[in-house]
Design a binder for this molecule. Sequence first.
Ligand code: TA6
Length: 273
Amino acid sequence: MKKDTITASGQSSVTVYDFGAHVTSWKNASGKEILYTSPSAKLDGSKAIRGGIPICFPQFGKKGPLRQHGFARNSFWTPDESFGSTEDGPALKYTLRDTGETRQSAWPHSFEAAYFVTLAPDGNSLTVELQVKNTNKNGEEFSFTTALHSYFCCNSQETTLSEYSGLKYEDNIESGVEKTQHGIIEFGKEVDRVYLGTKSTLSLPSANLVIEKVNMPDAVVWNPYIEKTAALSDMPDDDWKKFICIEPGRIGEPAFVKPGETWTCSLTLLSTS
Ligand code: TA6
């Protein structure tokens, strides 16, 4: 497993592993860590890294025949060594293509995925972009669901979210039950919801974070709380207190891509302090 780190102004840096093209750390210009990665995350390729920004592709959650969250986060992506800074700042690029194993899976399509990680020159903004090209030679269109399963550092016991009021969500705790959000979301319990049709700009005020998403209409809000965390072998029992997942994605309605076409989504995070 290989990791790369890019830096920009001040104490800013981003660290990415080739396994899963997994961003595990983003420190802003003042050195503040924005992303939570578990201290007991597996870094041997035996399972997806716990924390950071896991790429859920070509399936979100259990919504399909593949393993939970698909194979992208459990695959070694290829770093593009020739790719460096862009006009938007220091950047890294990773690619993933279909393999014999994926072609035998329940999602047997030919595809090329590219993932770009860009740190703004001031270090206070991080953009990740996922591109998925359909390279099927058999003329077959394919569809998939996806999410950027982001773990953000914050005190979940003192965080509430209010911008989801009035939105419908699929509740993963009362699985499959669709509800409507009224009022604010509190985290003194397990929260696991797929909000459908969210705004393109969300926020996590307790983390001084703005979340801008493109072509990802939905967002998952998750905190495992006590019992679920105790059942996670790769997270300390108390660490549910240290993060909230806000996971931009295309979940409710899949993405459809015709042969030769490329589908793109992006997530820009702005750290305001
Ligand atoms: O974040 C939403 C979710 O689908 C939860 O249901 C929970 O399973 C979480 O993802 C973590 O999944 P993982 O497979 O990484 O343990």
